[in-house]
Design a binder for this molecule. Sequence first.
Ligand code: GLA
Length: 402
Amino acid sequence: MKYFGILFIFLFSTNCYAQKFDGLALTPPMGWNTYNTFAGKFDEKIIRDMADLIVSTGMKDAGYQYIIIDDNWTGTRDSLGFLTVDQGRFPSGLKALSDYIHSKGLKLGLYSDAGYTTCGGFTGSRGHEFQDAIMLARLGCDYLKYDWCNTDGINAAGAYTTMRDAIHAAGRPMVFSMCEWGNSKPWVWAAPVGHLWRTTGDITACWDCIDTHGGAYNSYGVMQIFDMQDGLRTYAGPGHWNDPDMLEVGNGNLTMNESRAHFSLWAMLAAPLIAGNDLRKMPKDILTLLTNKEVIAIDQDSLGIQGFRQNRIDSVDVWYKPLKSGDWAVCFFNRGSKLAELNYDWNGQVIHDALANLDLRFDKQTYTLHDCWAQKDIGCTDMVLHTKIPSHDVFLLRLKNK
Ligand code: GLA
């Protein structure tokens, strides 16, 4: 007994019992990130503008809170090994920018990489993990995206655990966003390490395409990324999410229907909602889409259960997601290239979610059908649903239990 006591004191007094910060990302993180629009072409003015716009457009009120500065911000290291910041881009310094972001009631996200250099060729954290975590903490960082370029075959679980421990030792709670593209199946091991983990390579702003970047690496369209989420739902939950990458809503050549479907599907997946469009040029209909509170509520539901495909009827996938209140979200997603006509008889359905251990019994209970895009009640589950769904679009419902 005496020896157990000594072991206990040893574990806690030496801080070798490091862990990730609990109580963060209890719902999927929401924010805005530089990469999808700006890649490396940003400076402090652009980021201030984005922070201003997140507030003035109402995106902050809708739940977007992290302003994430992705790759290309790290400078060289000083003589003591601390990271410097490019003065040309950040003439006021990163701490002033961080203070500005916080003064708006927003949170700061920063990026680094487990290799010596980042994907963009800037300074990475390898060998300086604890030092970088201290610097991030001093800067007031609330969210670290940690990438996986130039890692020379090192072990992913080991490298991410080292950074997790470094953040913990630095003492400032930060959401830890792991970005190793699903290579080592992080969903299997990473729940005690990070708060979210990328499941795939990068998304690109197209509906259905693969960009091979001249053979260097692949980026994937919305459909490719979505289909790669198959089989992962059991691994997600409050504080540990599958991350199918950032939103391309309002980017590239996605149509409005496709942007709406993309956003709805990410909500059904309980995915992080990290916008990446140029907020200075955002059309009204894209803002309306990104701030639809009913769709966001499906994503942010505190039960934290990722949706599942229950059926495929011709070109229409039928997805269900149980919600905390006893409601369910149902998404009819027309993958096809033609308008789909749907006649859906609720009473014929048997819905069992083994993960949530919940059943939907339409023979025992009638639900009100609420159209989350039109934002109105449209009927009940005791009638056959007749609707038409345009190509690459969704019909997204909340089934209300009272
Ligand atoms: C990788 C990541 C992207 C982005 C870029 C930055 O490709 O997967 O999300 O961070 O690096 O260079």
